[in-house]
Design a protein around this ligand. Sequence first.
Ligand SMILES: NC(=O)C1=CN([C@@H]2O[C@H](COP(=O)(O)OP(=O)(O)OC[C@H]3O[C@@H](n4cnc5c(N)ncnc54)[C@H](OP(=O)(O)O)[C@@H]3O)[C@@H](O)[C@H]2O)C=CC1
Ligand SMILES: CC(C)(CO)C(=O)C(=O)O
Length: 324
Amino acid sequence: MPRILVVGGGAIGGITAAGAAADVVVLDANEVHAAKLNDPGLVINGADPQPLRAVTTIQALEGEFDFALIAVKSPLHATVIPPLVERGGIGAFVTLGNGLIQDRVEAIVGKGNLLACLVEWGGSNVGPGELVRDSEGGYVVGELDGAITDRARALAEALQPLGHTRVTDNVRGMIWTKLQVNSTFTGLSAISGLRYGGVAEQGPDAVFALWEEGVRVARAQGLELGEMHGVHAYEFSPEGLARMMEHMANVRPSMLQDLDAGRETEVDVVNGGVAAKGRELNLPTPCNDKVVELVHSMERGERAPSPDYLAYVSAAQITSAADS
Ligand SMILES: NC(=O)C1=CN([C@@H]2O[C@H](COP(=O)(O)OP(=O)(O)OC[C@H]3O[C@@H](n4cnc5c(N)ncnc54)[C@H](OP(=O)(O)O)[C@@H]3O)[C@@H](O)[C@H]2O)C=CC1
Ligand SMILES: CC(C)(CO)C(=O)C(=O)O
């Protein structure tokens, strides 16, 4: 059984820690939350508390770990990961986060020391010691160079109890496939304040505009996109959207939770990630640019999420088409 350190015991890290088939220790800087994880335990969806082992400082960690799963938000990576690298005793680091974070994290942990793990399900942090899982799904695990390794298989096996988990030899394509979902639905949920189902109902033009923009940038990189939430990225149609919403409509994504909590969001690695790749390739990404601009203005408190902003995103596409 692998020994796993989960860094950040919130929605994703906490639920993963509680369900993994592994010897798990959680490192979470939130003292009240960590105390509850230890005693009486983590409450998931109102069930009985499940005691975990949680510490709040690196100094309190003992022994070696096969994997360190990074489940803190991307703006924290630069401060949270380097001290873990310095401590040593970690076989491989694993990103659980959304967006184009992998190359940046690999630069911190060292080439060959990082696996990517994409999380297909969603969750919310509803208070100290209390988390909600609000959709089903598993994980996609892969080495950045596409090799199928024993360590990737071992990690996937440990995560299997939480949902169908697969190892991929195309992790770059799957990272972008997940980015399609986040840049489209997570971005639009954040600016509108709606769950995924509300976005699909009230903003289909914005949904399809963002999706197409992402696919264009992926194709220009030669990426091979795959399937997520029951829909292949290249076959995203009104029927595909309806199928996806059969199990994703209730999702209230992490970026909207960050805005609610007054925290910095991950928009720069999600919609900003698509936009940055587009710039590199000379491909305009006006809809993603609009989401980035709106989310940043909401972070600064200049605007509040509203369904009215969905039209701003679809209009960005129409304006740019007219301009070109
Ligand atoms: N939520 C979701 O549905 C999904 C999230 N993800 C990804 O998972 C990652 C984690 O997101 P999520 O679980 O929602 O985040 P949460 O905010 O729920 O959890 C992060 C936890 O880390 C704690 N923390 C803050 N600073 C530190 C620190 N310096 N060291 C250790 N722990 C710290 C937080 O405490 P405090 O609360 O005090 O800040 C919190 O308990 C993100 O990168 C996101 O992209 C991926 C798929 C779905
Ligand atoms: C809900 C989910 C899993 C979307 O795929 C997500 O990534 C998020 O909330 O950030």
